[in-house]
Design a protein around this ligand. Structure first.
Ligand code: GLV
Length: 320
């Protein structure tokens, strides 16, 4: 008989920097929900504690660890994506998974995407390359936002926020998503024909899709060819969305003008990747939306409270 109250577990890959955030999460979560015991795996989970764990806040848990909590009912992803959990072949069946969807994270990724679109629009990759060579050359370009069509692939909360901000800057925006969306002043498309339109008519393509069935290499050689000559690619979704060698070829032959990338097929981006020093690629190390424990704690507590009250959970991830 275990009479420890229902417990929230913090479970990060112990070798990653997320493991160190445990204390920061504790500080915020215990302020918001002092009644919910909080334990950090592995140090604070002894024999006999596993049965009390009902909720887990996780990022990339080592394979099989979650299966060791017999009363676990809800996993809250520390990130907007949940693909890092699909690698766990022993993921316990019947456990629900919710994505991290909170306003600060959405805002951060949207800011990063807007910056990336503006960089592509104002040809920053080319000017940064000139700067490295101390080269003062002005390229005539009179295009303003209204002249540059932006496509946004993936219209979840983050894709919608990106679309709204780009629309407000004056870009003509077309969004594509599996399920219908309605946003003022944004053309929202679905289905295979909609996808063809987005590829064919995007001067700047923003990828915000998750790594999910059907999205792997959605930007492959065939789609790159469909894109207008001189188009740019922005990726804040997942590296798996892009066939990277195909993108490099398209950059090298000039069909694609530039790429602003935050995510990669392999992370950390290997030292030998051609992206690092490509003159028309901007590389950032998956920082578009780092989860802030202070603001995200409110979301975590709200989901746990919903679960405690038997209410419907928000942003339940598919495929678990
Ligand atoms: C990070 O990429 C996330 O899923 O939030």
């Amino acid at each position: 008989m275990n009479d420890t109250p229902d417990t929230l577990l913090y479970l990060a890959d112990p070798y990653s920097q997320e493991a160190e955030y445990g204390e920061t999460w504790r500080e915020h979560l215990s302020r918001l929900a002092p009644d919910i015991p909080f334990r950090v795996w592995p140090d604070e989970v002894g024999d006999g504690d596993a049965a009390a764990v009902r909720w887990a806040l996780v990022w990339a848990p080592p394979e099989g660890v979650l299966a060791g909590f017999p009363n676990l009912e809800l996993v809250i992803s520390m990130g907007a994506g949940t693909d890092h959990l699909h690698g766990d072949s022993a993921f316990p069946s019947g456990v629900k998974v919710v994505r991290m969807v909170e306003p600060t994270l959405t805002q951060k990724v949207a800011e990063h995407a807007v910056m990336s679109v503006l960089m592509a629009h104002r040809e920053l990759p080319m000017y940064l390359d000139q700067q490295r060579r101390r080269e003062w050359v002005q390229h005539e370009n009179f295009m303003v936002a209204a002249d540059r069509r932006v496509g946004v692939l993936g219209m979840g909360p983050i894709g919608m926020a990106i679309s709204e901000k780009l629309r407000d800057l004056g870009f003509p925006v077309t969004g594509w998503s599996r399920t219908p969306r309605e946003i003022d002043g944004v053309l929202a498309l679905q289905g295979p024909v909609g996808l063809d339109v987005v590829f064919a008519e995007s001067d700047i393509l923003v990828l915000v899709l998750p790594n999910a069935p059907g999205t792997r290499h959605i930007l492959d050689v065939g789609r790159l060819v469909q894109m207008p000559r001189g188009a740019s690619v922005v990726n804040v979704g997942r590296g798996t969305l892009i066939d990277e060698p195909a993108l490099l070829s398209a950059l090298n032959c000039g069909h694609i003008a530039s790429a602003v990338l935050d995510v990669y097929d392999e992370e950390p981006l290997p030292a030998e990747s051609r992206f690092w020093d490509h003159p028309r690629v901007i590389v950032t190390p998956h920082i578009a939306g780092l989860t802030n424990p202070r603001t995200a704690s409110e979301y975590v507590v709200a989901q746990v409270r919903r679960h405690q009250r038997g209410e419907e959970l928000l942003y339940v991830a598919e495929g678990f």
